[in-house]
Design a binder for this molecule. Structure first.
Ligand code: HEM
Length: 430
C-alpha cells in the first residue's frame, strides 16, 4: 500500500483557500514532504514533486513518461487525466502525450514550421491586436481585463498565426471559452459542452488543413501561415499526416491559450498590487528601455505562473525521486509553481523582483517537452503589459482582492475576472 501523507499536511490541498493562495501549502510541502502522495479531487492518486532540484530532475527523467497508457489505473481512459474531451476526438497523438522516438519526430517537424523567426515576424500583428482590444474598452474607464483583454488576445493571436480566417475566429473564442469555463474547482461548463467544443475544433481544423493542403503551391511563400508550414514541413522525407497536423494545430491552441491568458492576467494583477515594481517598470518603459520588461515577464512567470499541475508524468519502472520510492504506473505531477518559489534555488523567493536576472525558472518546463510556444508567449505578454501600462497609465484594481475568484488550484492558476478602472482614453486605431 502506498503511504498517504496527505493527512499530515496542515493545509487543505485543492480547496478554495488553496486556489486563492497555494503558496503556503507549497512551502509546507517543500519543507516537510517534498515528494508527496496525495489523492486528487478526481480520485486519482498521484505524487506531487515540489522542490526545484527534484522537479528539474523529474522533468528530464526518461523513466517518467508523458504517455497516459503507462498509468496503472488507466485514469486517462476514464477521463480523469489529460485534456478534457480529447478522447475519441482523434487528437491523442500530440506532443504532450507521447515519448521518444515519436515525440522526437513530431517535435522536429513542428519546430521546422513554428520557428522563432516566424514568431518575431508576427510582432506587428500582436501589437495591432493588443491595441485593437484596448480600443474596445479604453473609452469606458473600466474593464474586466480577463474577459476584455487577456482572454481574447492569445486566442486571436494563435488563430492568426495558424491561418484561421478572421470570420471564423469568433467560433474559436467560443470553443476556447467553453474549455476555460470547465477548468478549475467549480468549473461551470454545461454537461458535454467541453467534449462538443473539442470535437467542433477538431472537425474545423481537419477541414481547414484539407483545404490548405489542396491549395498549397510548389514553393513556400514567405507570408505563408503556420498550418501551411506544418503541412509543408518535412524531415528526412517525412511529413505530418493530416490527422497529425490537426492534432498539432489543436495542441498549439490548447497549450498556448489558457496559459497565456493567465500569464497576462496574473502578471497585471501582481503589478497592480505592487506599486513599487509597477512604477519602476512604467518609468523604464517611458525611458524607452526594454530590459526590465523582459526580465519582468520572466519574474512574473516564476512568481505566480499559470501552470500548476499540468505536467503529468507516469513512471514506466520503479524509481526514486527526492528519496521517495515511486512504483511503476504511478502518476507524478511536477508542481512548477512550488519549485519556482524554492528558497534553495531562488534567494528571497516570495519577493517579486522584476529585475531578477538569475532566473532559470521552470515555468515553461524543462527537458524535451520544454514549451514550444515560449517565444510567442513572451512576445504576447511583453506587448500586452507594455501597451496596457503605456495607454492606461493610472490603471487600478477595481475590486477587493479578497473578492476575486481564482480558477486555479488544479491544472492552471488564473483569475476568473480582473476588474480595473482608469481614466478613459481615446482609441489609437480608426
Ligand atoms: C509545453 C508552459 C504558452 C505550446 C509546455 C510545458 C509547459 C508550458 C510548462 C511543458 C509541460 C510538460 O513538461 O509536461 C507554458 C506557459 C505558457 C505557454 C507558462 C504561457 C505563458 C504556450 C504557447 C504555445 C505553447 C503560446 C503555442 C502556441 C506548447 C507545446 C508544448 C508546451 C506545443 C508541448 C511541447 C512538447 O511536449 O514537446 N508549455 N506554455 N505553449 N507548450 Fe507551452
Amino acid at each position: 500500500m502506498p503511504e498517504t501523507t496527505d493527512a499530515r499536511c496542515p493545509h487543505t490541498l485543492f480547496g478554495k483557500e488553496f486556489a486563492d493562495d497555494p503558496y503556503p501549502a507549497y512551502a509546507w510541502l517543500r519543507e516537510h514532504s517534498p515528494v508527496h502522495r496525495t489523492t486528487l479531487p478526481s480520485g486519482v492518486e498521484a505524487w506531487l514533486v515540489t522542490r526545484y532540484a527534484d522537479a528539474r530532475q523529474a522533468l528530464a527523467d526518461a523513466r517518467l513518461s508523458k504517455n497516459p497508457a503507462h498509468h496503472s489505473e488507466t485514469a486517462h481512459a476514464k477521463g480523469k487525466v489529460g485534456i478534457p474531451g480529447e478522447r475519441g476526438a482523434d487528437l491523442m497523438t500530440h506532443l504532450l502525450n507521447i515519448d521518444p522516438p515519436d515525440h522526437t519526430r513530431l517535435r522536429r517537424l513542428v519546430a521546422k514550421a513554428f520557428t522563432p523567426r516566424r514568431v518575431a515576424a508576427f510582432e506587428p500583428r500582436v501589437r495591432e491586436l493588443t491595441d485593437r482590444l484596448i480600443d474596445g474598452f479604453a473609452a469606458r474607464g473600466e474593464a474586466d481585463l480577463i474577459h476584455d483583454f487577456a482572454f481574447p488576445l492569445p486566442i486571436f493571436a494563435i488563430c492568426d498565426l495558424l491561418g484561421v480566417p478572421r470570420e471564423d475566429q469568433d467560433d474559436f473564442r467560443d470553443w476556447a471559452g467553453m474549455m476555460m469555463r470547465h477548468s478549475g474547482p467549480g468549473g461551470r461548463a454545461p454537461r458535454g459542452g467541453v467534449g462538443r467544443s473539442v470535437r467542433k475544433m477538431r472537425d474545423y481544423l481537419g477541414e481547414l488543413i484539407h483545404r490548405k493542403r489542396a491549395a498549397l503551391g510548389p514553393v513556400a511563400d514567405p507570408d505563408e501561415d503556420l498550418i501551411s508550414g506544418l503541412i509543408r514541413a518535412s524531415d528526412h522525407g517525412e511529413h505530418l499526416t493530416e490527422s497529425e497536423a490537426a492534432a498539432m494545430a489543436f495542441i498549439l491552441l490548447f497549450a498556448g491559450f489558457e496559459t497565456t491568458v493567465n500569464l497576462i492576467g496574473n502578471g497585471v494583477y501582481a503589478l497592480l498590487r505592487d506599486p513599487g515594481q509597477r512604477t519602476r517598470l512604467q518609468r523604464s518603459l517611458a525611458d524607452g528601455e526594454t530590459e526590465l520588461l523582459a526580465t519582468g515577464v520572466e519574474e512574473l512567470l516564476r512568481w505566480d505562473g499559470p501552470v500548476e499541475l499540468a505536467t503529468w508524468r507516469f513512471a514506466t519502472e520503479p524509481l526514486t525521486v527526492g528519496g521517495r520510492r515511486i512504483a511503476a504506473g504511478d502518476p507524478v505531477l511536477v508542481v512548477l509553481a512550488a519549485a519556482d518559489r524554492d528558497p534553495e534555488r531562488f534567494p528571497d523567493p516570495d519577493t517579486l523582483d522584476l529585475a531578477r536576472t538569475d532566473n532559470q525558472h521552470l515555468g515553461y518546463g524543462h527537458g524535451i517537452h520544454y514549451c514550444l510556444g515560449a517565444p510567442l508567449a513572451r512576445l504576447e505578454a511583453r506587448t500586452a503589459l507594455a501597451t496596457l501600462l503605456r495607454r492606461l497609465p493610472d490603471l487600478a484594481l477595481a475590486a477587493d482582492p479578497a473578492e476575486l475568484r481564482w480558477r486555479g488550484g488544479l491544472i492552471m492558476r488564473g483569475l476568473r475576472t480582473l476588474p480595473v478602472s482608469f481614466t478613459p482614453a481615446a482609441g489609437v486605431l480608426p
